[in-house]
Design a protein around this ligand. Structure first.
Ligand code: SAM
Ligand code: SF4
Ligand code: SF4
Length: 341
């Protein structure tokens, strides 16, 4: 089957599945407020509804799934869902992104249920900076979670680090050394002006070029590795063979090859991280649409897709935060923690 192509010829391949909008951290770049308007509980898709959606996506060419949130480990019985998904024929890659706080408790069960890959978000190794960034005191738990992931048999754990000027840009070398020490690959992410990042400003962005300069100063020459897939991270190698990635969504957007879309916990499907509107799959499911109707809707929307949000944002002469807190309270679907990052 040739993959379903969008308006720019990009295939539908990668689905990020948010299983909850709730989170146990309050990262300043994602959830700067203390209180939020949550998705109503009855609207959250059941595991059976999620699997029905996933099967429709798989039938249209998706073969990579990533569970996300909010914090996915807050979803009750997550290993049950993982087991249901891991059994789907046609699925090549089942991964999860987590903040790691609850990983110590859940890593073994997730591995046993069939989760293949794990990414843990970790922005700092300093307890005070962790508290400043996330407004919680959970650095030791995240570090214990990373240990538990390795002990549970997750081989290629990744660490995602959002880099913010004046907050953690002094820690890039230490984070890279830490990741190397535990056998994880680190990916530095440029701070993005997504919904939720209401305090974003270009001043806070540490660009890909600046990150590379910082790391060259600390670790010597860096070689860029050839690209092998459409993944957003560009990969690099230090002289000693240590590999790391940079996701330069702000200064070097990768919309041209973007094959990913996002399903929120309440069944809204977004074809771009910056999209103003989504497609309500919950409504379709709960009004009796059959599988063919579901697939037809996905096909129609993907074929009409012409999103290139990060490129559009990069071309703005006066770039500032995408949304204000008040508009996010009106429409929680705009939030990064709802869309799953
Ligand atoms: N709670 C989980 C976690 O933090 O890993 C999963 C959901 S979180 C929304 C997914 C990813 O989005 C995290 O790696 C987070 O660092 C990233 N993220 C959130 N806000 C961001 C922003 N403004 N710029 C860049 N990355 C961001
Ligand atoms: Fe932080 Fe992830 Fe929670 Fe956002 S969803 S506040 S990035 S832990
Ligand atoms: Fe894909 Fe939209 Fe991100 Fe561009 S901005 S890479 S189109 S999700």
């Amino acid at each position: 089957m040739s993959p379903l192509a969008d308006g720019f010829g990009r295939p539908l391949r990668n689905l990020r599945l948010s299983v909850t909008d709730r989170c146990n951290l309050r990262c300043s770049y994602c959830m700067p407020e203390e209180h939020y308007v949550w998705l109503p509980k009855p609207n959250v898709l059941s595991f059976e509804e999620i699997v029905r959606c996933v099967d429709a996506f798989l039938a249209l060419g998706v073969d990579e799934l990533r569970l996300t949130g909010g914090e996915p480990l807050l979803r009750t019985d997550l290993p049950v869902l993982v087991r249901m998904l891991a059994q789907r024929p046609g699925l090549k890659d089942l991964a999860m992104t987590s903040n790691g706080v609850l990983l110590r408790e859940h890593a073994a069960a997730l591995r046993a249920a069939g989760l293949q890959r794990l990414t843990v978000s970790l922005d700092t190794l300093d307890a005070a900076t962790f508290r400043q960034l996330s407004r919680r005191d959970d650095l030791p738990r995240v570090l214990a979670g990373l240990e538990a992931a390795r002990a549970a048999g997750f081989a290629d754990v990744k660490i995602d680090t959002v880099v913010i000027a004046g907050v953690n840009d002094g820690e890039l070398p230490a984070l890279l050394d830490f990741a190397r020490g535990i056998g994880a690959e680190l990916r530095f992410i440029e701070y993005m002006d997504v919904g939720g990042a209401t305090n974003w400003s270009p001043r806070h962005v540490v660009s890909r070029a600046q990150m590379l300069a910082l790391l060259r100063a600390s670790h010597g020459p860096i070689r860029e590795l050839p690209r092998t897939d459409s993944a957003p991270a560009e990969r690099f190698e230090l002289r000693d063979g240590t590999r790391f990635g940079i996701i330069a969504s702000v200064t070097k957007p990768f919309c041209a090859t973007c094959d990913r879309s996002r399903l929120t916990a309440d069944g809204m499907w977004f074809t771009c991280l910056y999209a103003a509107h989504g497609t309500d799959l919950r409504e379709l499911l709960r009004t009796g649409a059959d599988d063919a109707a579901l697939r037809a809707r996905l096909t129609e929307v993907w074929q009409g897709r012409r999103d290139r949000g990060a490129e559009v944002r990069a071309a703005l002469p006066d770039r500032r935060a995408l949304a204000e807190a008040a508009s996010l309270r009106q429409n929680p679907h705009l939030e990064m923690h709802t869309r799953g990052g």
